[in-house]
Design a protein around this ligand. Structure first.
Ligand SMILES: Cc1cc2nc3c(=O)[nH]c(=O)nc-3n(C[C@H](O)[C@H](O)[C@H](O)COP(=O)(O)OP(=O)(O)OC[C@H]3O[C@@H](n4cnc5c(N)ncnc54)[C@H](O)[C@@H]3O)c2cc1C
Length: 390
């Protein structure tokens, strides 16, 4: 394993860290209150090269590897979880399946504006009746006429739904005779007739990243908007989820690093019983736990990113890494929840106040154990993969 970076990659991470400190971090506290992620924010992320990291240069991307992109996701998550999630839903959950399964025409049509931040994408899998059981979803796309489908159904808890231009919708597909053809991905323009959406939902954390429902009523979708192969949407989704799970581990690292920094400086300046609180063994032990959990999650995440980059550079699908991506997500998101809890504890009453960053980190990070497949679903994937390979 080699985690070393080239000079260009080092330069990128340093300048991206500076960009995040200057442009993302000051905005994060305010956005948590205003609950808004302005479109100009996406343009800045596009200009900084973040949205295009994993995308091909011919569409405006950076052509970077999975490892560098994992580092960048960790860096941005130290500053603002809402930015990480909304940018990830657009360039990652919507953009990466187009990169992997799209036709040249689809890539040319959608990717340049997603990468520059001019348009916003989303991924619609979860439905009101359930998100864990992807194969049981009920949105329907029925072939109607020679080259179009009519889409009906509802998606919920969709990141960016309130303001996205597009959604990559996973739907059960029927041919002209009503025969079932499996799950298929459709690229849906959210300004199409028959599409409506909810307002942004009020939620526990990640308040600036809008989450909402999408409603489809006989929406005409041209056949050319099918992404990848008809009936192969389940497998395509699982491959997309591998990358999402790794990215949620990277997000958790950023959260833990921020908790470590905040807790170190608070425990050095805060005094009780005549000394800095870190000099009390109870607080010192909490700092030690935060550091150890962060380091353990970091090396598992970097190792998984390195393996995924290797597999992709060999042109192999990342499906063989499903168990490892699930383990990485399970471990890192659990550790991040425990670490934010410790960081709030170290801050005492201040940790409960919105004014302190650890309060936001604590609320935001809870999604890590739910989105992209719950921890229970990760355990099913991990155990399945262990037994398959035994
Ligand atoms: C802020 C936010 C943003 C989101 N963004 C998106 C998005 O962009 N796109 C999208 O498609 N979805 C999105 N989601 C949805 C998310 O992926 C789902 O909430 C998640 O997959 C769980 O589905 P569910 O909520 O329907 O829970 P359910 O599937 O109803 O599960 C409820 C509980 O039962 C457990 N459970 C279910 N089945 C099993 C089983 N077989 N064994 C053991 N336990 C089980 C679960 O682990 C959970 O604890 C988002 C959710 C949130 C909160």
């Amino acid at each position: 394993m080699d985690f070393s970076l080239s000079v260009d990659e080092q330069e990128f991470t340093e300048s991206f860290r500076t960009f995040c400190k200057k442009e993302i971090h000051p905005f994060a506290e305010e956005a948590d209150k205003t609950k808004e992620l302005p479109r100009s924010h996406y343009l800045k992320l596009g200009e900084a090269g973040y949205l295009g990291l994993l995308h091909e240069e011919e569409f405006g991307g950076q052509g970077a590897g999975v490892f560098l992109s994992t580092l960048a996701m960790e860096i941005i998550s130290e500053s603002c979880g809402s930015t990480f999630f909304s940018a990830g839903a657009s360039a990652g959950l919507f953009g990466l399946p187009i990169k992997h399964f799209g036709t040249p025409e689809q890539k040319k049509k959608y990717l340049p504006d997603i990468i520059s931040g001019k348009t916003i994408g989303s991924l619609g899998v979860t439905e009101p009746d359930g998100g864990s059981d992807v194969s049981g979803l009920s949105s329907l796309a029925k072939k109607s006429g020679k080259d179009r489908y009519l889409l009906s159904g509802q998606k919920t808890f969709i990141t960016n739904a309130p303001n996205a231009n597009y959604c990559l919708v996973l739907a059960r597909t029927l041919d002209e005779t009503g025969k079932e053809k499996g799950l298929t991905h459709f690229i849906v323009d959210l300004n199409s007739k028959g599409v409506s959406r909810s307002a942004a939902m009020d939620k526990m954390g990640l308040k600036a990243s809008p989450t909402g429902a999408l409603f489809f009523e006989d929406v005409e979708v041209p056949e050319e908007n099918i992404l990848g192969k008809l009936g192969k949407g389940f497998r395509q989704t699982m491959q997309t989820f591998n990358a999402e799970r790794l990215s949620l581990a990277a997000y958790s690292l950023g959260v833990m690093k921020a908790c470590l920094d905040e807790s170190k400086s608070f425990s050095a300046s805060r005094k009780s019983f005549g000394k800095s609180i870190y000099q009390h063994q109870g607080v010192a032990f909490m700092l030690a736990e935060i550091y150890s959990k962060y380091e353990a999650a970091k090396w598992l995440t970097y190792n998984t990113a390195w393996e995924m980059e290797k597999i992709e550079s060999e042109g192999k699908p990342s499906m063989s890494l499903s168990g490892k991506c699930a383990a990485c997500k399970l471990f890192a998101t659990t550790a991040a929840r425990e670490v934010t809890n410790l960081a709030v504890q170290i801050h005492g009453g201040a940790g409960y106040m919105d004014e302190y960053k650890v309060s936001r980190l604590y609320r935001d990070t809870r999604l890590g154990e739910i989105g992209g497949g719950t921890s229970e679903i990760q355990k099913l994937i991990i155990s399945g993969s262990i037994m398959k390979n035994s």
